[in-house]
Design a protein around this ligand. Sequence first.
Ligand code: XBP
Ligand code: MG
Length: 254
Amino acid sequence: MQAIIFDVDGTLADTERDGHRVAFNLAFEQAGLDWQWDVPLYGELLAVTGGKERIRHFIERYRPNGVPETDLDGFIRELHAAKTAHYVRLMAEPGIPARPGVLRLMQQARAAGIRLAIATTTTPANVTSLLAHSFGPEVEGWFEVIGAGDVVAAKKPASDIYQYVLEKMNLPPEQALAVEDSENGFLSATGAGLKTLVTVCDYTRQQNFPGALAVFEHLGEPGNPPAQLAGPPVALQDDGLQLEQIQQLFARGN
Ligand code: XBP
Ligand code: MG
């Protein structure tokens, strides 16, 4: 295991419900639209990855008021740019905490000489803001490659973003671990040939991850070990899933 490639939303932090969703709603309000994405509706809309793609899907599926008859692309692009500005600000204030054990695993990996990268559907500015505010000012620099947003044409569950990152790292897929939280992300990573560890979030707990190395609630931190939901049983200590245990799961494969 030469590298760990992290997903962002739902994996590094629980950003969907209290970050992205809120930012979308603020952008709708600012544009004078009466659209409101509540928590259950947003859960449905998450089936479509990518904010612009999600807005388009919402328009096509729900036919809401306020959609112009011409230049739908431009309308969506502007709405999404406003959403990104809100999201970037929300990450600074009030912010969303890093999920348990993520920063620790990054630090353990760095100490062991394991390379780090990111493969995400979200907009690059969102990654920068989350890392700076929830992880620390130096953390973005720990990632050799940050593959994000529109850098590839087809978003998750397509494998393009993982292939893009592997290519930039000049790394074969057998030598990297992906960490994901959702079915779409899992399909993207495994489709690129990566072994994948899953840490679910509230929106993805009921999803299926056939062939994952293991599925946990989260990575865990002292006093807060995670429940294991699938995979060969790992004997966790009080301080959560450790790098050596992940390396053992990786070596054992699936
Ligand atoms: C994350 C997403 C993103 C965000 C919105 O998926 O689906 O679309 O919800 O980000 P993953 P943008 O965690 O699998 O990468 O609005 O910037 O597109
Ligand atoms: Mg995710």
